[in-house]
Each structure stands twice: as structure tokens, then as C-alpha cells.
Design a protein around this ligand. Structure first.
Ligand code: SAH
Length: 252
């Protein structure tokens, strides 16, 4: 009987995987991979058999049972099976179901973390998710319930919504109902971590405008403290109250 290594592939290009993840991949006999993982990662495990288990669409249970069964079957037949997941395996990755299947069969496993999409989006926009004083909590939320309904509340200073890209107008409406102000900053990043990443920023009330740019692309929506742009710090040699307006002054 073999063992299974769950590896977070990171949110985009192959070099966003961790060093440990790449090392474990190199030892794989079989790799079960998701749709959002970079095909270039195959170069890290040319010896392995690569099986595409990517599911398309949102909120569908279809296929997960088959993936669980395939994972067990492969682990019983091989030495090292890698389960490669986009981003981090522990964030909206159905990891709990796959672990439960392995436990039921007494199969050993390990989880190697990855960079989740929310973090790649924050890096892409240079908008830190936490802010000293104003952003003390971050929530990672899926906008979709398992019944395919949209659910959104106000639970943290910064909220990052996954799987909401197709329902931006509804998401904005629910967040306004939940008490977020119309002026709250919102940032949408699609394909964060890839060379063609796109980012747009909005007032929450105008979030629906993002749909045109991000249509058909995996996207995360950040709302609240962590969606605001960073304001330039005053430099020490800039007088706080200049005696006369400087022609070179910029509006910060
Ligand atoms: N385990 C993944 C999330 C899987 S759920 C992670 O940790 O990132 C799939 C959702 O993740 C997508 O609907 C989208 O909301 C988000 N997502 C995945 N990759 C993304 C990317 N490169 N840029 C923006 N959002 C992404």
C-alpha cells in the first residue's frame, strides 16, 4: 500500500509551488491534478502518470465521489500518489472528503501547503489583507453554499470571497444588506499569479462593473480594509504645512 501527498500547487504559474511541494512531486508515481494547476508542473514529475481529475463549474458534487475512489484505488496500487490541488489544499479544496476516504482505508497521507488565491491577489494589487489598526481580521469565504445559493455576511475587517466571479451583482447586494457601506472598497483579481492577471477596484455599490473584465476567469473579491490602496507615507523632508504651495506637489 502506498501513501498520498496532498500538495498545494499555488495559485498560478508553476514557480509559485513551494520547494517542498516540488520535491514531493518529483517522487510521485501518479499525480491526480486539478484544472487550475499549471501544466508546466509536469516537468517536475516526468516519471509519473498524470491523471486529470479537474472538475468544471461551481457548487456541483458531481465527480467528487469518483475522485475519492480513484485516490484510494491509486494509493492501493502504487507507492507514492500525489494529489495536486490549485492554491492551498485546505482552502475550498474538498480536502476533508479526500482525507476521510483515505482514513477509511487506513492509507497514510501528508499535506503540503500552498499559496491560496487570496494571497496572490493581495500580492498582485499590493493591497495587504491586514492593516495595522483598521484591518485586524480576514475571512476567506465562499459565496456559494453547497446548495448553490449565494450567501454573504459581514464577518471580518477584510473579507475575501472565492467562487463569486459569476455573481458579482448579487454578491454586492447581499453585502450591502449585511451592513457594508456602499463606499466600502472592493478589489477583484482574476487569474492572480498568472502573467495575464487582471485587477479592478470599485466602491462596493459598483462591484457589478467588474463582471465585464473578469468574465469566465477564476477571480477572488476582496472587500473592506484589505481592498483599499496604500496611501503614500509622508516623507520626513516634506513639511506638513508648506508655507507656499509647491508646483511639484501631488495629491495624496
Ligand atoms: N484551493 C484554491 C481554491 C479553490 S476554489 C486556493 O487555495 O486558491 C476555486 C476558486 O478559487 C475560484 O472560483 C476562484 O474564486 C479562486 N481562484 C483560484 N485560482 C485563482 C486565481 N489564480 N486567481 C483568482 N482567483 C482564483
Amino acid at each position: 500500500m502506498g501513501r498520498v501527498v496532498f500538495i498545494g500547487a499555488g495559485p498560478g504559474e508553476a514557480d509559485l509551488i513551494t520547494v517542498r511541494g516540488r520535491q514531493r512531486l518529483a517522487q510521485a508515481d501518479v499525480v491526480l491534478f486539478d484544472a487550475l494547476t499549471d501544466p508546466a508542473l509536469r516537468e517536475a514529475a516526468p516519471q509519473a502518470q498524470w491523471l486529470d481529475v479537474g472538475k468544471r463549474g461551481f457548487g456541483h458534487a458531481t465527480g467528487q465521489g469518483a475522485i475519492n475512489a480513484l485516490l484510494v484505488e491509486q494509493a492501493l496500487a502504487h507507492g507514492c500518489v500525489v494529489r495536486l490541488k490549485g492554491g492551498d489544499p485546505s482552502v475550498f479544496g474538498r480536502l476533508e472528503e479526500e482525507i476521510a476516504s483515505l482514513l477509511a482505508h487506513g492509507i497514510a497521507f501528508e499535506v503540503v501547503p500552498g499559496v491560496t488565491a487570496a494571497l496572490a491577489a493581495a500580492a498582485h494589487t499590493a493591497r495587504p489583507l491586514t492593516r495595522r489598526g483598521s484591518g485586524r481580521s480576514v475571512s476567506l469565504t465562499t459565496a456559494m453554499t453547497h446548495l448553490g445559493q449565494l450567501h454573504a455576511t459581514r464577518s471580518a475587517d477584510t473579507e475575501v470571497f472565492y467562487m463569486a466571479g459569476q455573481q458579482l451583482p448579487e454578491l454586492a447586494a447581499r453585502l450591502l444588506e449585511a451592513g457594508w457601506p456602499a463606499e466600502a472598497p472592493a478589489s477583484v483579481v482574476s487569474r492572480a499569479g498568472w502573467p495575464d492577471a487582471q485587477a479592478t477596484t470599485h466602491r462596493l455599490a459598483d462591484l457589478a462593473q467588474a463582471a465585464a473584465v473578469h468574465a469566465g476567469r477564476p477571480a477572488v473579491v476582496t472587500v473592506g480594509a484589505g481592498a483599499a490602496s496604500v496611501v503614500p507615507a509622508r516623507t520626513t523632508n516634506t513639511p506638513e504645512f508648506p508655507e507656499s504651495p509647491s508646483p511639484a506637489a501631488t495629491d495624496d
